[in-house]
Ligand binder design. Structure first.
Ligand code: BGC
Length: 759
């Protein structure tokens, strides 16, 4: 039976019930018509399948805990993310899961968001590319994704109710593109709406967001599912485009839907549409056999390579990789109790866990010749207390060693789903420990486990090397050992800026909001866009990451010097491994618009590629840019536009390490409607192609009369910023007809010219 035949046979009660969960994790089955239930499970970086379908926090079945999104994004390796997605799909299918609740593509507006570890980046393009790869991998197995949390869920503070106040352009250019890219290129089975409000309306009831933009404009054909408990008014939510409410059952809500249809408040066609969408994925999921086993060992190995590629070598004076040392002091409890995932809904019950200390010991035996001796000191307590004795002990061990490896993990009480961070700092004891160890041991390597940027001002100078190992997943201990001993050459690059201090961060003055609102006052300028615009120094820029080898960029070239906004442009550059070790480099392409009618970020990431090179090897990297690489969203035209002019193509190894620049001239061919109105200023009239033509004679006349300095100012400059209506009003005596009439005539002519030219 197809969906329409089933819908025709369903009662109103059955339809309403299908649109609300049967349990915490399943949809409502309808045996009478052969409709099975659909099982969902968190996500995103591991399958958190709880055996009891009515439990929310119960311990889940064992599954591979892959690195969390921060770490995955830092790989900048879409093929690897695809492979992780596939592995997750296999595990989900084995554990009886039809839809995995991920990925999360919310932007890292501030490093303080407690849930940043579950999100990819501060950059929408990078987040979007990661999500596309992840979803394509997952869904290639026949397991659906749930792209979340739609939209503007960028903090945990009051996440169930706060209203994110975001202007239209910022929403379109920063907070929506990762969703847009993922929906259009990877077609996730479901999109999960966020808890919060967007500009005063709950996302679960946001018609413009769920229907106009997601379903109509982007062509989303899947199911919009609520975040767990995000529905307030079930009827309003359905009308807005929210198909499935989770969790269930919610008999009162279901009855409210039935009543609304009966009394005419809800069009049954709206309910049918939600039912159709749900049935479609229920049957799609049913085609994939569930159960069986997955290859735990192979997935653990994959988790190790993903972590290895996501680890970022932030600083290295040459101590890494360890080659000839004999005595290694391993300090910090995270070396024995690894902090490899975050707290909350994404918490996975791992199949096994690599203990960093053990992995180091094992690999030291294999890689280093002779007798290597590792000692361990705890360094800091598990609780927020301060214990000087632990520091003293660690310092003693560091003194007696050739090198110290200090593990510092940001504890769950400082960073988790459900609450935001209060600062960017490690714990006071961790900072004191690192400083004390560095003071006695110049060969100190700091290894960090955290989900988002941490401040390092106090410790960075003393450390010989710093490895950002993120929440690295269950195999992260092995991955750290791989990087420390050079079995893996680090190639991770930051997907987020590490600022010098909290007060430097873009949202500092507008976070976390008050009186129920958080105003996104920094607008488009988050992450590196902000640091560029304010010329502010950072600790480590977006895109930064060192390697044990070096790379040279040469021969940059573009496929054309001039293009139209309908063409694509290929950017190529030769990259050579100029060091002694095989390695991987991430080539980043940023676009800088030299001149634009609306203010734009100085540069924006629009392409990247990761390339593997043997020592001495050169490869050509080519990256294609399309219309969107040059465009910005114009709220006046309500569309993306690319304007005429010169664009610099910046090719770099990070946002601040631009190695080559090329320039292309773009010709805009898309006709745009005339935006002039009664409030338009003289400058706006002159900047509008049609407006200028009709207004030019009057303008020239005005100029002629205003050449002298009559009141000690530049009168022309003054007039430029006045509405033409006001200028005409003041000039009435010199006009051939009443100012009002003339303005109407000019407006009419400008608009008529614009529509006859096809815009
Ligand atoms: C989280 C979602 C999660 C859901 C189900 C919510 O609290 O925000 O990300 O998928 O719970 O656990």
């Amino acid at each position: 039976m197809d969906e329409d035949t089933i819908i025709a046979q369903m009662t109103l009660d059955e339809k309403a019930a299908l649109c609300t969960g049967e349990s915490m994790w399943t949809t409502t089955p309808l045996e009478r018509l052969g409709v099975p239930r659909l099982t969902m499970s968190d996500g995103p970086h591991g399958v958190r399948r709880v055996p009891d379908m009515h439990a929310i926090t119960a311990e889940s079945l064992p599954a591979t805990c892959f690195p969390t999104a921060s770490c995955l994004a830092a790989t900048w390796n879409v093929d690897l993310i695809y492979a992780v997605g596939q592995a997750l799909g296999r595990e989900a299918a084995a554990l009886g899961v039809d839809v995995l609740l991920g990925p999360g593509v919310n932007m890292k507006r501030t490093p303080l968001c407690g849930r940043n570890f579950e999100y990819y980046s501060e950059d929408p393009y990078l987040a979007g590319r990661m999500a596309v790869a992840f979803i394509n991998g997952l869904q290639s197995i026949g397991v659906g994704a749930s792209l979340k949390h739609f939209a503007a869920n960028n903090q945990e503070y009051q996440r169930f109710s706060i209203s994110a106040v975001v202007d239209e352009r910022t929403l379109r250019e920063i907070y929506l593109p990762a969703f847009e890219m993922a929906v259009q290129e990877a077609r996730p089975w479901t999109v999960m709406c966020a808890y919060n409000k967007l500009n005063g309306i709950y996302c679960s009831e946001h018609h413009e967001l769920l229907t106009d933009i997601l379903k109509k404009e982007w062509g989303f054909e899947g199911v919009v599912v609520s975040d767990w408990g995000a529905v307030h008014d079930r009827v309003k939510a359905l009308q807005a485009g929210l198909d499935l409410e989770m969790p269930g059952p919610q008999p009162q809500r279901t009855q409210a839907v039935v009543q609304a249809v009966r009394n005419g408040a809800l069009d049954e066609a709206v309910l049918d549409e939600a039912v159709r969408r749900i049935l479609k994925i229920v049957f799609k999921a049913a085609q994939v056999a569930k159960g069986g086993a997955f290859d735990q060992a192979a997935h653990h190995t994959l988790a190790r390579s993903a972590a290895g590629e996501g680890i970022v070598l932030l600083k290295n004076t040459g101590v890494l990789p360890l080659r000839t040392v004999q005595r290694i002091a391993v300090i910090g409890r995270a070396a024995k109790e690894p902090h490899f995932q975050g707290g909350g809904s994404s918490h996975v019950h791992p199949t096994q866990v690599d203990i960093p200390f053990d992995a180091l010991q094992q690999l030291a035996g294999q890689v280093l010749a002779g007798n290597t001796h590792l000692t361990y000191r705890e360094g800091y307590p598990a609780t927020p207390t301060f214990d000087q004795a632990l520091i003293d002990e660690a310092v003693q061990a560091a003194k007696e060693a050739d090198v110290a490896l200090v593990f510092a993990a940001l504890p769950g009480f400082k960073e988790s789903e459900g609450y935001d961070r209060a600062d960017l700092d490690l714990t006071p004891q961790q900072v004191a420990l690192i400083k004390a160890v560095c003071a006695v041991q110049p060969q100190t390597v700091v290894i960090l486990n955290n989900g988002s940027a941490v401040a390092m001002n106090e410790l960075i100078d003393g450390a010989a090397a710093v490895l950002e190992a993120w929440m690295m997943g269950q195999a992260g201990g092995g991955a750290i050992a791989d990087v420390v001993f050079g079995v893996v050459n680090p190639s991770g690059k930051l997907a987020e800026t590490f600022p010098l201090k909290l007060s430097d961060t873009p949202a500092f003055l507008n976070f976390p909001g008050e009186n129920g609102q958080v105003r996104y006052g920094e607008g488009l300028f988050i992450g590196y866009r902000y640091y560029d615009a304010t010329d502010r120094a950072v600790l480590f820029p977006f895109g930064h990451g060192l390697s044990y080898t070096t790379f040279a960029y040469s021969n940059p070239r573009l496929s054309a010097g001039e293009i139209s906004d309908r063409d694509s442009l290929t950017v190529s550059v030769d990259v050579t491994n100029t060091g002694q070790m095989a390695g991987k480099e991430v080539v980043q392409v940023y676009v800088h618009d030299r001149e634009s009618s609306l203010k734009r970020p100085y540069k924006e990431l629009k392409g990247f590629a990761k390339v593997a090179l043997e020592p001495g090897e050169t490869k050509t990297v080519s990256i294609t840019l399309d219309f969107r690489a040059f465009a910005f969203y114009h709220p006046g035209y309500k569309q993306w536009i690319a304007e005429d002019g010169a664009f610099d193509i910046l090719i770099g190894a990070s946002a601040t390490d631009i190695r080559c620049t090329q320039t292309v001239t773009l010709r805009a061919t898309r006709e745009l409607p005339c935006l002039l109105n009664r409030e338009s200023t003289v400058r706006e009239w002159l900047n509008d192609q049609h407006g200028r033509r009709v207004f030019e004679p009057i303008y020239q006349n005005m100029r002629a009369q205003l050449t002298s300095d009559q009141i000690g100012m530049d009168m022309m400059g003054f007039m430029m910023e006045m509405p033409l209506a006001s200028v005409l009003y003041f000039q009435q005596k010199d006009l051939p007809k009443p100012a009002e009439e003339l303005l109407e005539e000019l407006l009419h002519q400008a608009h008529a010219a614009s529509s006859s030219s096809g815009s």
